[in-house]
Design a binder for this molecule. Structure first.
Ligand code: NAD
Length: 437
C-alpha cells in the first residue's frame, strides 16, 4: 500500500520504517528539517535498538522516503498521524495544536477516498472534533483511530508484532473502507494471530488513555506500598512477589522504585484528568492525581535518601548518578525521574556527575550544567555515594568490588530495587533501596 506517516519522532520514525519493512511504500513527513535529513541518511536522531538496521534496509529498498514537504503525501491513500501531543504549558491538558496543524496541512492534498488514521495519544472526543474539522473544510476523507502501544526500547518488535490492534471508526460512509485499509496495512500481524478490537472512535481513544492510567496506577500502588513497608520494616519486593502470584494481580509493573516517567505515562494521566474535568467527571479519575503525586514523591524520596545516607549534608557531596533516561534501552529523558534526581541533588548543592549509556545528548539539552562521565567506571571515581536511577543492564551487572575500589566511600542507593543487597553489603557497601529493610 502507499501510505504516509506524519510526525517522525519516537513513534512515527519507527512506524514509517516498520511499515516499509512490511512491504508498503511510505512517505514520512516531519516539520523538523534536521530530523528529516538525519532519517533520510539512515541515522535516527534518537536511540532505539534495531531502528538503524530497519531504517537502512527500508531506505535501500526505495520503499521509504522522508520529506518536510506535506504535499508529497498526495500519492498515498492512507495517512498515519504520529505527531506529539505534549502537556500544555499552563495546565495538565494535552496540547493538541500539532494534531490540528497536521489535519489542516493535509486537507488540500487529500483524495476523496483517503483514510486518515490517528496514532497519537489524544483525549477522548478529539477524533470526533477532527472529523468535523475535515467535513467543515469540504473534505470527504475518512478519519479512523488506531492508538499505538509500542514501548520505547522494544518499539520495532512492538510495531511489527503488536500484542493487539485497536481500530476505531466513525459512523460515516467511509468506515467500511477505513476498516479494509487498516486490515490490509496490518495484514501480516493479523494473519499471524494478533487480536483486533474494532470499535468506535471514542473507545479507541479511551483504550490508550485507560491502559496508561492503569499501568501508572499499578506502579504508584507498589510505590505507596514501599512507603508503608519502609516505616513498618516490611519488604516491598517480597510483598510484590507474593501478591504477584495471584493471576488477577500479576507480577509485572510491580517493581517499587523511583517511579515512571517518559513522554507518555505522566502527561497521559494528567491529560486524562484534565479531560475528565472538562466532561464534568473529574471525580471519576481523581485518583490519577494521587497516582501522579505518589510518583513525583518517589523522586524526592530518592534525593532525600542519597543525602541522608551520605551523612545529611549535600554541600560538596560527590554523587555518581547512574542513569538519565527514563528507562533502559532508550535515550528519552522526557519527564525522566533520573534527570529530576540529578537536578534535585545539584540544587541541594551536591557535586553531581552522571553517566548514561545513551542519554547524554538529550540530557544536556535539558540540564546544560550537568557534569557527565564517559564511562560507568569514570562516574564512580572519587564518588562519596552512587545512586542507581535507570536500570540499564550494565548497572545491574556492576561488580560491587570494582565499584568499591573506585569510589571514595562505599555507599549506594538502589532507586530501582534491582541490585542484590546481600552481595553489595558483603562487599562492604552501605546499601539502601526503597521499601526494603
Ligand atoms: P516526538 O516528540 O518524539 O515526535 C513528534 C514529532 O512530530 C516530532 O518529530 C515533531 O517535529 C513532529 N511534528 C510536529 N508537528 C508536526 C507537523 N505539523 N507536521 C509534521 N510533523 C510534525 O513524540 P513521540 O514520542 O513520537 O509521540 C508522538 C505521539 O505518539 C504522542 O501522542 C505520544 O503520546 C504517542 N505515543 C508515543 C509512544 C512512545 O513510546 N514514544 C508510544 C505510544 C504513543
Amino acid at each position: 500500500m502507499r501510505i504516509s506517516v506524519i510526525g517522525c519522532g519516537y513513534l512515527g520514525a519507527v512506524h514509517a520504517a516498520a511499515m516499509a519493512d512490511l512491504g508498503h511504500e511510505v512517505i514520512a513527513v516531519d516539520v523538523d528539517a534536521a530530523k528529516v535529513d538525519a532519517l533520510a541518511q539512515g541515522k535516527p536522531p534518537f536511540f532505539e535498538p534495531g531502528l538503524p538496521e530497519i531504517l537502512s534496509s527500508s531506505l535501500a529498498s526505495g520503499r521509504l522516503r522522508f520529506t518536510t514537504d506535506i504535499s508529497e503525501v498526495a500519492g498515498a491513500s492512507l495517512h498515519f498521524i504520529a505527531v506529539g501531543t505534549p502537556q500544555s504549558e499552563n495546565s495538565g491538558a494535552a496540547d493538541l495544536r500539532f494534531v490540528h496543524a497536521v489535519i489542516d496541512a493535509l486537507i488540500p492534498h487529500l483524495g476523496s477516498a483517503d483514510v486518515i488514521v490517528g496514532k497519537s495519544t489524544v483525549p477522548v472526543g478529539t477524533a470526533e472534533a477532527l472529523s468535523h474539522r475535515l467535513l467543515a473544510a469540504g473534505s470527504s476523507a475518512t478519519l479512523a483511530w488506531n492508538p499505538e502501544f509500542l514501548r520505547e526500547g522494544f518499539a520495532i518488535k512492538d510495531t511489527l508484532s503488536p500484542d493487539r490492534l485497536v481500530f476505531g471508526f466513525g459512523e460515516g460512509p467511509g468506515a467500511l473502507q477505513a476498516r479494509s485499509a487498516l486490515r490490509d496495512v496490518y495484514s501480516q500481524a493479523i494473519a499471524s494471530g494478533t487480536p483486533v478490537v474494532e470499535t468506535d472512535l471514542a473507545t479507541a481513544e479511551l483504550v490508550k488513555t485507560a491502559a496508561n492510567a492503569f499501568l501508572a496506577t499499578k506502579i504508584s500502588f507498589i510505590n505507596a506500598m514501599s512507603e508503608i513497608a519502609e516505616v513498618t520494616g516490611a519488604n516491598v519486593t517480597e510483598l510484590a512477589d507474593a501478591i504477584g502470584y495471584d493471576a488477577r494481580i500479576g507480577r509485572k509493573f510491580l517493581n517499587a522504585g523511583v517511579g515512571f516517567g517518559g513522554g507518555c505515562l505522566p502527561k497521559d494521566i494528567r491529560a486524562f484528568s484534565a479531560r475528565a474535568q472538562e466532561l464534568g467527571l473529574g471525580s471519576s479519575v481523581a485518583f490519577l492525581d494521587e497516582v501522579d503525586a505518589i510518583n513525583l514523591r518517589q523522586r524526592e524520596r530518592v534525593i532525600a535518601r542519597v543525602i541522608a545516607d551520605a551523612g545529611g549534608d549535600a554541600a560538596g557531596l560527590r554523587v555518581a548518578v547512574l542513569g538519565l533516561a527514563f528507562k533502559p534501552h532508550s535515550d528519552d529523558v522526557r519527564d525522566s525521574p533520573a534527570l529530576d534526581v540529578a537536578q534535585g541533588l545539584l540544587a541541594a548543592g551536591a557535586d553531581v556527575v552522571a553517566y548514561d549509556p545513551q542519554a547524554h545528548g538529550p540530557a544536556l539539552l535539558r540540564l546544560p550544567k550537568l557534569n557527565l562521565a564517559d564511562t560507568l567506571e569514570q562516574v564512580l571515581v572519587g564518588a562519596d555515594i552512587a545512586v542507581l536511577v535507570t536500570e540499564w543492564p550494565e548497572f545491574v551487572a556492576l561488580d560491587p568490588r570494582v565499584a568499591g575500589d573506585l569510589m571514595a566511600h562505599k555507599r549506594i542507593v538502589d532507586a530501582r530495587n534491582v541490585l542484590d543487597a546481600d552481595t553489595w553489603r558483603a562487599a562492604g557497601f552501605h546499601y539502601s533501596s526503597l521499601g526494603r529493610p
